[in-house]
Design a protein around this ligand. Sequence first.
Ligand code: N7H
Length: 509
Amino acid sequence: PLDINNVQGDVLEGLGKKNELFFFFRIKAGQGSHFREDLRSVIPLITTTTEAKKFHETIKEGKKEAAKEGKKLPMIENSGVNVSFSQKGLVALGITDDIGDAFFKNGMLADAAALGDDLNEWDADFKKEIHGVFSITANSTIVLERTLDHIKKIFRFGHKDATIEEVTRLRGQVRPGKESGHEHFGFNDGLSQPAVKDVNAGVVSEPGEKPVRQGVILLGREGDNGVVTPPSTTPVPVKRPSWALDGSFLAFRYLKQLVPEFDVFLQENALPVIPAPGNPTGADLLGARLVGRWKSGAPIDLTPLRDNPDFAKRQDFRFDPQNQERCPFAAHIRKTNPRSDLDQAGGTEIRRIIRRGIAFGPEVTDKERREKRSSPDEKLERGLLFACYQSNLGNGFHFMQQSRHFLSIVTNSCKGASILLTNASTPLGWANNRKFPPKTQAVPPVPTPGIDPIIGVATDGLAREMVGASPDIAGSNTELNFGARWVISRGGEYFFSPSISALKDTFAA
Ligand code: N7H
């Protein structure tokens, strides 16, 4: 059975955080074996799932106690540390086993075009060789800096005999005040996570959605069966080295958000709303239709016409596969977790990911609001440091983002003659795939759902648009063209987060 004490804390529980630093490093040439020695001293700092859980429980208890006494919760000093490695990092360490994931092996730079990224928009540092990343979290930035210093000291960072060098670092922080937990467009984030069987089912479980098998997130566990390429529902079997057990793939994305531009679009395309107490503005209604949740987090499938913060954390909804009146087919949360839309195609289990993103960058300035556009000043860049875990990148993150036309070659035998038919019209993938979800049961038939408004890229060169933005049936088939993107990829990498025992016995041995 799974010992959660052996799994890094960010994967199954999440490191408690107000601040997070992603410290991307390279192992110095020829220093692989010395790096292993240093890594041994870092392992005691690595936060396990059990420790992360304990931290969250302490906060919860503290909040209860503080509320009883009418006090504010005192700042709890705690720092979380996790470490993950890229394929190039494995090579630098001399680990030559094939881990069995093509996307991890080739790295994100090689996958950028398929994801819809424009490499001109990538930060130059993500085009360099990155071997690994330390994810360091803390409530206070002082504690975070102290932990980073501690780690740097262990690797003799900056000295001649250092075993690592920095490639780049990205710092995220929870947004201030009432925006805490909300990403920069203003939406409550990190709400819907799959419950994992025998780990946290019942805590984060979603009524109507079964917990996922452990192998959907952890390598080597039940359900880690290999890539599934529709229309087939049969996985292509995968072999993992023994040290991969209870590790997980981390897809990291550095995503810039154009907030004033997004807000201007909502205002300029505001939906008609009768002004009455409790009714949203037309801009807020449109925003909710694009995301699939109101800013509070309340799913529009449960409360389609007005926000209801009491519903913020509700997960007990099932999209009606026949229509998009309550929630557009292309809404971000329907694209990335279509729930009942895929009941007939075998469900969504293998596509589920655990998200651990954090916002980065300052709040929108008055000047940007006035000028209705994001400042070109890089210091004012803001967005999301998106991170997610899964056991298979080709089933999880990569599949969820991409749109790819795959070639199925059909051989037709006709009176002894063999005719080759090439069918290149079946696109795969979700956010960038305008034909997803399949809405095969829609009555009356609806046109192509369109691109995910939030993260979707039109990789076919056509307009970035969707149908169903208006909850009004008459308006629901009208196309809404988003124009330019509001989320821009600045880079990223695929990593592997080993189990604690693999860190000790394979990575630091
Ligand atoms: Fe998304 N947003 O603020 O609009 N996301 N996301 N995401 N996302 C979700 O349930 C957002 C991104 C998923 O189970 C919510 O947490 C933004 C990428 C998945 O119902 C909101 C960015 C990918 C879910 C946002 C961004 C995903 C989800 C609703 C980039 C994967 C759960 C709150 C800047 C390829 C769906 C919540 C479910 C939810 C936003 C990125 C995937 C508000 C701004 C790159 C699986």
